[in-house]
Design a binder for this molecule. Sequence first.
Ligand code: NAD
Ligand code: HSE
Length: 353
Amino acid sequence: MTIYNIALIGFGGVNRALAELIATKNPLWERDLGFRLNIVAVSDLHLGSVISPNGLDARTLVEANFAKGGFGQLSGGSAEADNETIIKTAPADIIVEATFTNPKDGEPAVSHCRWALQAGKHVVTTNKGPVAIAAAELKALARANGVHFEYEGSVMSGTPVIRMAEKTLAGAEVKGFEGILNGTSNFVLGRMEAGLDFATAVREAQALGYAEADPTADVEGFDVRLKVVILANELLGASLRPEEVACTGISGLSPSDIETAATANSRWKLIGSAVRNADGTVTGSVSSKQLPLEHPLASVNGATNAISLNTELLGSVTITGPGAGRIETAYALLSDIVAIHNARAATATKEAA
Ligand SMILES: NC(=O)c1ccc[n+]([C@@H]2O[C@H](COP(=O)([O-])OP(=O)(O)OC[C@H]3O[C@@H](n4cnc5c(N)ncnc54)[C@H](O)[C@@H]3O)[C@@H](O)[C@H]2O)c1
Ligand SMILES: N[C@@H](CCO)C(=O)O
């Protein structure tokens, strides 16, 4: 049986949910997936950092109500978040990066990923910053160091879209996509349709763990812009940068806009899309659109996301599922670890043959 030692960078909603899953699901994973996870280090800006080479008890981590700097009370702990030391020196096979998404330059998460890959450690992340801004560099670094850089949860949380499009739809020739790629804004639009004001609806999305640390990114479309860049670069072979994608959000929509759309049998949706043009270039955009009720994306509600991939051989293929949420996103991290485990097993089999 394989044990993967993991270090959690950031201990907010998503990584805490992963620890919660580890506390209850390790026996199941051991039986069904062939590995278990052991948390050997955690670092969080608010709580501090801790290294325990033999492993920390996941349940204690989740249940203890640590105050600011609280990891300082643990054996091997410090009240300061020393990410660099943790990433470089903790005896971890996999670094799990789930700090806040910085839509401007991806930092400090880009550095976290770089340090880990240079140290020969796999990286799994739900953080959109490093993927949208530095994927090419980080993938090259991973290859050079014989490790993996995996980021399924950076788009549509645990709903498989990146791996599904790349592996299961290989050869179908994706030509473009359009989708609802932000759970918070979709949830907020639905709550406004139910009569709530914008600010209350955003607060609800925050309480449910859908929103970014700064929800401006959700409602102004910046979060979707990162996801459009990630998918365009990954699936359409583009090398877009976020500032090249035109972007408007939902904050300009008033209750009367929402009402007018309903009267016209339509609904507002924040749509992210990209298309490969005839000359081979790729154009991406993010904007709120009034969709007729019969449009396939009009009936996608709450924090659910959906994406329609336009393919040469199959026509339109639509994937729908959770686009945000703590456990849903922690599942994406697990799916990345499963991918690493399966790739290692395949290499071992090849080498043995
Ligand atoms: N919550 C979701 O539904 C969801 C879905 C997909 C992707 N994501 C992404 O996953 C990441 C984590 O999301 P979350 O919901 O857990 O966010 P969160 O705000 O709940 O947690 C982030 C944690 O990171 C810590 N942190 C911030 N900067 C740090 C630093 N420099 N060093 C160490 N710790 C630091 C914060 O103290 C906080 O505890 C974000 O990048 C987010 O965009 C979240
Ligand atoms: N804040 C994001 C999280 C998922 O990336 C959303 O609401 O979709």
